[in-house]
Design a protein. Structure first.
Lengths: 105, 373
């Protein structure tokens, strides 16, 4: 079964939200941000990027802010921030659990 | 060397792995998909090489958004060269990438399943709806009283049969689509890439279906122009009995009968078919039918069918054999006031029904004389 959408974010989705936390970005800037931040560990294909952006817009997690020529910029919404924080807390818990168990070993 | 080629397009888009593999093999031979209409796919020549080809369903978006997406894809090494028209499903974009270092078009299996989710659901519903309609039509046909199968075959000509074949083929195509859809749902749920399978076998099947659909669609149109279908029925040599001959020796008058129904046609399996029905003032009915068929076995089958049809209601029937050298088979059946004189001579079948008592001797002699000629 596929994971329930938007309850648990995949890495690509997480980094797309992360890229919009501090400022608005367009598609290529998001790809660049993810590539720089993860040092290429998380590849973000264009098909995936635009599917995620469309879905996030549908769900009200991001919104389109400006259109300059063919360039479109996106900004995170309050709902998007809330989901990001929720996911970050979940990941922190995962890391804490992992660290604790590793220390015991 | 020509710079374009055309081939039959893939029928179904629900096996994207197969189509991708086919397009990758074409790209290795130096052909890139340029356009894909409802029937034909057009390829343009390019430098042969190793390309990755990916299909993605096109979603509704503004032209600006599409342009932005296209530009970003191009910057990332993926070029959308064509859109495959989906017909009843959805349109599908075809992306080519010749850069081995470029990331995959889809890097997240969950996002990929989102992209396919809506068209997949729509196609699933469409396939069931088409199958439901076909089934409803079949049930309706089974419930409603219809003409016997042989009569349908002889009367309706090849065009109706071709349409019937096309409908059966449509049913098979929909069943295959449901199978692919289920397979794809499983693949997407498991985060797997589409399995290319045996794309050559799949292509052969798809091409066969497209050709058959075209034949079913075109043949009736072309058929109207060919002499085989257009031929005028030659009914003058067929035996015929007018009510005037029947009412002799009875208390009825010929002028009391009116033509109720008249059929005269030629089909590929029955070059001459003639039928006439008269109705009398008291509701009496005389039906006269004569058919010259293409093959003797069909004439025998029609003879059997008419005989069976008269006996159908299990009513007591008196059978009287008719001895006449002009006929290969002949019989008079009586049930109450109804009568049927049925005869076959070679490929010609003659039948005379009437629902009032009458002396058929003269009619039989006239039919025998006509058949001898």
């Amino acid at each position: 079964m596929a994971r329930e959408p938007l309850k648990v974010l995949t890495e690509s989705m997480f980094y797309v939200l992360l890229s919009l936390l501090r400022r608005e970005r367009c598609g290529t800037e998001i790809v660049q941000f993810v590539d720089d931040t993860t040092a290429g560990r998380v590849p973000l294909g264009p098909g995936t990027l635009y599917t995620i952006l469309a879905k996030f817009q549908e769900e009200g997690l991001i919104r389109e802010t400006a259109v300059e020529g063919w360039k479109r910029t996106y900004a995170i919404t309050d709902r998007g921030r809330a989901l990001f924080r929720q996911e970050l807390s979940r990941l922190k818990l995962c890391v804490a659990d992992g660290d604790r168990e590793e220390d015991r070993v | 060397m020509k710079d374009r080629k055309r081939t039959l397009r893939p029928l179904e888009l629900w096996n994207p792995g197969t189509i991708e593999k086919w397009l990758e093999d074409e790209a290795a031979r130096g052909w890139r998909l340029e356009d894909c209409g409802r029937v034909l796919a057009t390829f343009r020549a390019m430098e042969p090489g190793i390309y990755r080809v990916r299909l993605r369903p096109q979603r509704p978006e503004t032209p600006e958004a599409r342009r932005e997406r296209g530009e970003t894809c191009r910057e990332m090494g993926w070029d959308c060269t064509a859109v495959i028209t989906g017909g009843d499903d959805y349109d599908c974009e075809v992306f080519y990438c010749g850069d081995p270092s470029a990331p995959e078009l889809d890097t997240d299996p969950v996002a990929r399943s989102w992209a396919w989710e809506k068209p997949l659901r729509r196609s699933w519903r469409t396939a069931w709806a088409v199958l439901g309609l076909l089934l409803a039509a079949l049930l309706l046909k089974a419930v409603l009283p219809g003409r016997p199968a042989l009569d349908f075959l002889l009367n309706e000509n090849l065009s109706r049969l071709l349409w019937l074949s096309a409908l059966c083929l449509l049913g098979v195509v929909m069943l295959r689509r449901l199978r692919y859809l289920r397979q794809m749902r499983r693949q997407l749920a498991a985060g797997l890439v589409p399995d290319p399978g045996n794309w050559r076998r799949d292509r052969r099947w798809q091409q066969m279906v497209v050709v058959l659909f075209l034949v079913c669609w075109m043949l009736p149109l072309i058929g109207g122009m060919l002499p085989l279908w257009r031929a005028e029925p030659d009914v003058t040599s067929l035996p015929f009995t007018a009510p005037m001959d029947l009412v002799e020796g009875t208390d009825r008058s010929y002028w009391e009968f009116e033509t109720d129904h008249y059929v005269c046609r030629s089909t590929s399996l029955a070059p001459a078919r003639f039928g006439i029905q008269y109705r009398g003032q008291q509701g009496e009915c005389v039906r006269n039918a004569a058919d010259r068929l293409r093959f003797e076995f069909l004439a025998k089958a029609l003879y059997r069918e008419r005989e069976k049809s008269f006996r159908e209601d299990d009513r007591p029937t008196i059978e009287t054999a008719v001895e006449n050298a002009a006929f290969d088979q002949a019989v008079v059946l009586r049930s109450g006031e109804e009568r049927l004189f049925l005869a076959r001579s070679g490929k010609v079948v003659y039948a005379l029904w009437l629902d009032f008592p009458a002396d058929l001797t003269d009619s039989i002699a006239a039919a025998a004389a006509a058949m001898r000629e």
